[in-house]
Design a protein around this ligand. Structure first.
Ligand code: SAM
Ligand code: SF4
Length: 334
């Protein structure tokens, strides 16, 4: 007799998948140095999942036990139909957390609607408080627009707001303390991310080096009193500390160490509908073809469950013998 087919997302290493990162566009209004090339070839619209396909995908994943969905991109808030998408996602009955990662450029106008739609958690990327440097890093971004977006988000009442800062030596390393103070002043959190070797990091012909989380932690500890927080079950890659005497937490995300692979609970769907098993690995299935083939919900869910045999034990950024990951971050959604 055949074993009954699982209805849960559990991979070959006994990890239960409860978290989906959904990239809703590969396009962006910024061109951050570490994420995109200056001129980018974006996907033709027909190759990007439609709002209906995104909503169906999200629903099927929640039916398979996913409790948290993070919408990302590219820049999700420039996607046409994003408002309708957030309303639909917010109405999914078994979803606990609806999260968004954004560059903040469109937050001033959308923050209140996002809260109303059910977005509870928002990550806003911010690499510099210096307008000129901000422009240099993003190539086109306007610091004051993003600042107004952050303030609108604070006023709108999300349950959690976290700034995401990619730190690079020679670029913004000197702003780690001011950026943390900026978060503390607004009662929001901040996470420092080691740059991952996915895009091009080359400013003015100079290749920039990532900064280890350990050295940032040491530097911050000299200025703030950091209390270790017990890792939450779904903590993911961020190691979080409370900043004593404040409402803020600081996190360190260290993709260069493999410390979070053993508890990885996530999958990613790229803008073109590839279901990706791991950020640092090319294993994927073509979910878009499946969705467009007329397959029933049950058939799609079975394919998703079966795809988990492809999920690797850990990612491989630091192993020189392994193939280089050449996807740009905007295509996979961070
Ligand atoms: N556009 C949105 C934003 O910037 O927040 C969402 C997509 S962006 C790809 C998601 C996150 O990935 C951002 O916080 C960004 O800083 C980070 N990111 C992009 N390229 C990266 C890289 N090479 N290494 C580490 N983080 C990166
Ligand atoms: Fe756009 Fe976000 Fe990539 Fe910057 S990090 S280019 S804002 S997708």
């Amino acid at each position: 007799m055949q074993a009954p087919h699982s209805t849960q997302l559990i991979d070959g290493f006994d990890r239960r998948i409860t978290y989906l990162r959904l990239s809703i566009t590969d396009r962006c209004d910024f061109r951050c140095q570490y994420c995109m090339a200056e001129t980018m070839q974006f996907l033709p619209r027909s190759e990007v999942l439609t709002i209906e396909e995104l909503l169906r995908t999200a629903r099927l994943f929640t039916e398979l036990g996913v409790k948290k969905i993070r919408v990302t991109g590219g820049e999700p808030l420039i996607r046409r139909g994003a408002d309708e998408l957030f309303k639909g996602l917010g109405a999914l009955p078994t979803l606990d957390t609806l999260a968004l990662t954004t560059n903040g450029s469109h937050l001033e106008k959308t923050a209140t609607d996002l809260v109303e739609a059910g977005v509870t958690t928002i990550n806003i990327s911010l690499d510099s408080l210096q307008p000129e440097r901000f422009r240099e890093i993003t190539r086109v971004g306007d610091f004051s627009t993003v600042l107004r977006g952050i303030d609108a988000a604070v006023a709108a009442g999300f349950q959690r707001i976290r700034l995401n800062t990619v730190v690079l030596d020679g670029l913004n390393r000197d702003e780690v303390i001011p950026l943390t103070q900026f978060a503390v002043d607004r009662h929001i959190d901040i996470a420092f991310i080691e740059e991952m070797p996915l895009g091009q990091v080359n400013v003015g012909g100079k290749t920039l080096a990532y900064v280890t989380s350990q050295s940032l932690h040491d530097e911050l500890s000299r200025h703030f009193d950091l209390e270790t927080l017990a890792a939450a079950n779904d903590a993911g890659p961020s190691r979080d500390y409370k900043i004593s005497g404040t409402h803020s937490r600081v996190g360190f995300i260290s993709p260069h160490s493999h410390n979070f692979c053993s508890s990885c609970n996530r999958l990613r769907v790229s803008a073109e509908g590839r279901l990706l098993m791991c950020l640092g690995n090319e294993e994927s299935i073509d979910l878009r073809s499946l969705l467009r083939s007329g397959a029933s919900d049950e058939a799609v869910k079975t394919s998703i469950i079966d795809s988990l045999t492809l999920k690797p034990e850990r990612h491989v950024f630091d192993q020189p013998d392994e193939p280089q990951i050449v996807r740009f971050m905007n295509a996979t959604g961070g």
